[in-house]
Design a protein around this ligand. Structure first.
Ligand SMILES: NC(=O)c1ccc[n+]([C@@H]2O[C@H](COP(=O)([O-])OP(=O)(O)OC[C@H]3O[C@@H](n4cnc5c(N)ncnc54)[C@H](O)[C@@H]3O)[C@@H](O)[C@H]2O)c1
Ligand SMILES: [Zn+2]
Length: 385
């Protein structure tokens, strides 16, 4: 199971199937906290390092009773060195997420996500930790993959504002203007990050790949698709679309759907994503040293944003969605992945179906907003449980 040769004589003990000490950065967050649960369930010893960013946690969450937690920033080398004590592998989830408020957020994103990753990797290099699972993202692909009836696979550029304003949301073939059929993006598709957050997620992968090459490390980047489920942050500029819809329904309001609701996405349940981290961790020793492998981590079954809004509204017995035709520049029209490689290589696949997962998400609570505001713990028309 182990490749002892990549560890220095004083390096940490080799990976084992259970009982590993694993540093989970961002382990207080939506996905990180579920990664912690998945590791505990498999007999590992997760250790959390999380800065409890106010943008992510207006109300700081309590520490897990069974897990050591360092409230510190990944950019703080001394804190990371301390947290790495006895650690055999790292699940790096810490990042500023979402689109942010405006471009003025760019330095914060780059600092948190990329400088933070560089400090973490340097500390891992120093401590002889050679195993990394990175929280990647499907945003690295940009608009994804389409088929033109004449030109085959094409990659349309950003949509023009005039087209969006005229309600023409579907990207057209860049060569002939024909209607396109959206396809499933594979990991070998060229990357094309379209906003600052996306650029930082891609840079994290490049940094991790450089670390792996320089240190003989083994790394996997799990390119999560749209993750949803219990514990999702509420509707801040940093949250995902499912939480906007869920928050509206909790207020008794209709979810507001942009464009025409036909945007295709792959919604994957947070417990499935957490399990993917545990599976990837266990598989790291079998990877070639010096490499980073990227895996799309989605349900494999695309749905539209409008469909998601309708499903959530029905599960909440709430008002139906309102489709507004509004748009955000920089949003991509369709982004859906093939998650075949991770199934073939690591044997992981998502187990939670769309209808079941959304019904559960409608019932379960989201993360609190401000201390003064009660969290919408359930749809208002449903009994609290
Ligand atoms: N939620 C999604 O749909 C999605 C999709 C693709 C990728 N991801 C990635 O998954 C990871 C986790 O995202 P999430 O949705 O759980 O977000 P989240 O905001 O709930 O969790 C991120 C956590 O990281 C912490 N953090 C941020 N910057 C930090 C820093 N510099 N030092 C220490 N802690 C820091 C925050 O306090 C927070 O607890 C991120 O890397 C994100 O890019 C999420
Ligand atoms: Zn064409």
């Amino acid at each position: 199971m182990t490749r002892g040769s990549v560890h220095g004589p004083e390096g940490p003990p080799p990976l084992s199937v259970t009982g590993m000490r694993v540093l989970v950065t961002g382990g207080a967050g939506f996905i990180g906290s579920q990664v912690v649960e998945a590791l505990l369930a498999r007999g590992h010893e997760p250790v959390v390092l999380d800065a409890l960013l106010p943008s992510a946690h207006p109300t700081p969450p309590p520490a897990h009773p069974d897990v050591r937690r360092f409230v510190a920033d990944v950019r703080d080398r001394a804190a990371v060195d301390t947290a790495l004590d006895g650690v055999q592998a790292v699940c790096h989830q810490a990042a500023m997420v979402g689109l942010g408020k405006d471009f003025a957020d760019a330095p914060d994103y780059v600092s948190c996500n990329d400088l933070g990753t560089a400090v973490l990797l340097a500390a891992m290099a120093g401590a002889g930790v050679r195993h990394l699972v990175l929280a990647g993202s499907m945003v690295v692909y940009g608009e994804g993959r389409y088929t033109c009836p004449v030109h085959g696979t094409v990659r349309p550029g950003p949509r023009a504002e005039a087209e969006l304003a005229a309600g023409r949301f579907e990207p057209r073939c860049p060569r002939c203007g024909a209607q396109l059929r959206p396809g499933l993006v594979g990991e070998d598709a060229p990357t094309d990050p379209r906003n600052v957050y996306a650029a930082t997620k891609l840079a994290q992968e490049h940094l991790a790949a450089s670390w792996a090459r320089a240190c003989g490390g083994r790394a996997v980047s799990l390119r999560y698709h749209n993750v949803y489920g219990p514990g999702m942050p509420r509707d801040t500029p940093y949250a995902g679309v499912a939480s906007f819809f869920r928050s509206a329904l909790a207020r008794g309001q209709s979810p507001t759907v942009y464009e025409d609701g036909g945007q295709r996405r792959d919604f994957v349940h947070v417990r499935d994503v957490a399990a993917a981290n545990a599976v990837a961790l266990a598989a790291l020793p079998d990877r070639a040293p010096g490499t980073l492998t990227a895996y799309n981590t989605g349900s494999g079954v695309p749905h539209t944003v409008g469909e998601m809004a309708r499903t959530l509204a029905a599960a909440c017995d709430g008002p139906p969605p309102v489709v507004t035709g509004e748009y955000r520049l920089g949003d991509v029209r369709h982004i859906t992945a093939s998650s075949r490689r991770i199934a073939d290589d690591l044997g992981w696949r998502a187990l939670t179906g769309f209808a079941d997962g959304m019904a559960e998400f409608a019932r379960e609570g989201m993360r609190a907003a401000r201390p003064a505001e009660p969290a919408p713990s359930a749809c208002p028309t449903q009994p609290m449980s």
